[in-house]
Design a protein around this ligand. Sequence first.
Ligand code: UT7
Length: 317
Amino acid sequence: MKIIGTGRAHPAFTLTNSMLEDILDTSNEWIMERTGITQRQIITDEKLEDLAAEAARQALDDAGLTAKDIDLLICSNVVNEYATPSLGCVVEGLIGAECPTYDINAACSGFVYALSMAEAYLRSGMFRRILILCAEEPTRMVSWQDRSTCVLFGDAAGAVVVTAGDEMKAIRITATPKRDVLRYERMLQPTPYITKSESDVPLVMNGREVFKTAVTSSIADVKGVLSDSGVDKDEVKYYILHQANVRIIEAIREHFKQPAEKFPRNVDKYGNTSSASIPVMLDEMSRKGCFKRGDKLVLSAFGAGFTTAACLIEWAK
Ligand code: UT7
């Protein structure tokens, strides 16, 4: 598998920490110190499907392809306004693709999970050109009265186009049942026969537990893909980690004793954009000219589930 195009889209509205001070018992200092976030782009009157379509079009343009050239669209999404049809189907209509599509929900690990699926399809020869699209609006899952969660998130879409190649050197995906540390419960339609109690609860998170699990599992995953690929940690050009909290990124960086510039961050300006965070970072860095062909990149993510995923790729563009 190799990545041949990237794209991204962000909502127009910038919500700064000082704006949050007006609606919550919080402070810019607390948010900065505990998370590294200064602002986030959040959905107002946009629709997630339009951001997703924009990211997809950019990735296709970057790859020199049109929507009709795509054999499969894998869409990573936790919530959007439709439970069905899939967001993939909605976006397909917007961009004019004519291929099978489905959504996956591996929470913030969704991008690397989707890469692992694409790798298997490409190896089998079943599909030749796959669009991976991660489109997320976590700001619609949190309570805006809950200062411990709503300050953390932002909305975004990120996309890549992948095709057959030898650039995926190692990939690992894991899941452990830990519903209590991070969950969002939605109320389903009642029926005349439902007798159990049900609740509609915004995102609930045990932040400290997520923090600890994220650091230990990401370190294990990164060690795993380094050892599977036979690459030394110093040979890696960039460690592109899920952008949730600069303290999590720092803890992982310190463990591997790597310089700060190898662990790029954009959580300061976008917040945690769930599975969109890694493809957004790839697109941002690619367009800034940060990557050269053959650069070794480690991608590593963690999320609700608890899911984790990491891979080691060589840059192919
Ligand atoms: O994609 C995965 C998504 N989730 C994550 O990645 C979350 C991982 N965890 C974290 O990033 C951190 O645990 C948080 C940023 C969520 C919290 O940081 P912390 O250093 O673990 O703080 P804490 O939860 O231990 O809370 C410390 C204090 C508490 O007050 P008391 O009980 O000590 O009086 C909180 O009530 O900070 C308070 N607090 C706040 N204060 C001001 C919590 N949120 C806020 C806030 N502003 N926004």
